[in-house]
Design a protein around this ligand. Structure first.
Ligand code: SF4
Length: 256
């Protein structure tokens, strides 16, 4: 069965025009984040496999490359994102190699929850060729990790952190770390102070502070008000990339 694995190009607030690649069936992930905009995780797993075959993805990309849509409006980025965790797909290396050969003008971005780098260090080698890596870290403590991200039982917070630190030492491209703040859970001063220490160790090139601006998986999830997000961004030496609903005067366009 052919599945839709490309979407867009859409306008991304961080990347500009971006074609998305989805590498997992809905909703296959190593986490079940309370804030996920794709809904509840239906397959919680850390098992890597070719959930969507690389040949299938490459075939879709070939068709897109030959289309007038691509010739007339080539995107700036091709981005791995979608309905789950892209690094769960063990065909990632092959698809990245194809992109480097066939889309030399496009930059490659990978949006990941970052949890698998500690479990499978080989992924760092597989993603050589990615220009911008956008991993997540939402917690200062194992408790907040469990509450906000509801990880697969084999995932340990210390291993996850170490995976991100090692990644920074070996990955050649840019790392933009994303921190998603949930009101009343990971916005406490003690939590932010610990997050600050972890971020210092990871040393990403940028830190993006995000929060709820679309319907989350759990309807009790709220964003702190903008001034609080700005204060957190200041403490974490990052920038706020969202406008919480209570601060919005219009609906922002959908973006990754
Ligand atoms: S890691 Fe991403 S896709 Fe997975 S549950 Fe969290 S927000 Fe959703």
């Amino acid at each position: 069965m052919r599945r839709k694995c490309l979407f867009g190009p859409i306008w991304s607030r961080r990347l500009g025009s971006s074609l998305g690649i989805n590498l997992t069936p809905y909703k296959t992930c190593s986490l079940d984040c309370v804030y996920c905009e794709c809904g509840i995780t239906t397959t919680l797993t850390v098992e890597r496999q070719e959930y969507i075959l690389p040949e299938e993805v490459i075939e879709h990309l070939e068709t897109y490359r030959r289309s007038p849509r691509f010739r007339e409006h080539p995107p700036s980025y091709i981005t791995f994102a979608g309905f789950g965790e892209p690094t769960l797909n063990s065909g990632l290396r092959r698809i990245i190699r194809f992109l480097k050969e066939s889309f030399p003008e496009q930059r490659i971005a990978l949006i990941t929850n970052g949890t698998l780098f500690g479990l499978y260090p080989e992924i760092v080698g597989e993603i050589r060729g990615v220009n911008v890596l956008i991993p997540s870290l939402d917690a200062g403590t194992p408790e907040a990790f469990v509450t906000v991200n509801r990880p697969h039982p084999v995932l340990r917070f210390d291993q996850y952190l170490q995976g991100l630190i090692t990644l920074r030492q070996h990955f050649q491209g840019a790392i933009w770390l994303e921190v998603f703040i949930v009101e009343g859970i990971n916005d406490r001063v003690e939590e932010i102070e610990l997050l600050q220490k972890h971020i210092e160790q990871i040393a990403p090139h940028r830190v993006h502070i995000n929060s709820v601006d679309r319907p989350p998986a759990e309807n009790w999830v709220r964003s702190p008000a903008l001034p609080k997000l700005q204060k957190i961004a200041h403490a974490l030496r990052g920038e706020v990339i969202t406008v919480p609903p209570q601060s919005q005067i219009f609906c922002p366009p959908r973006s990754v």
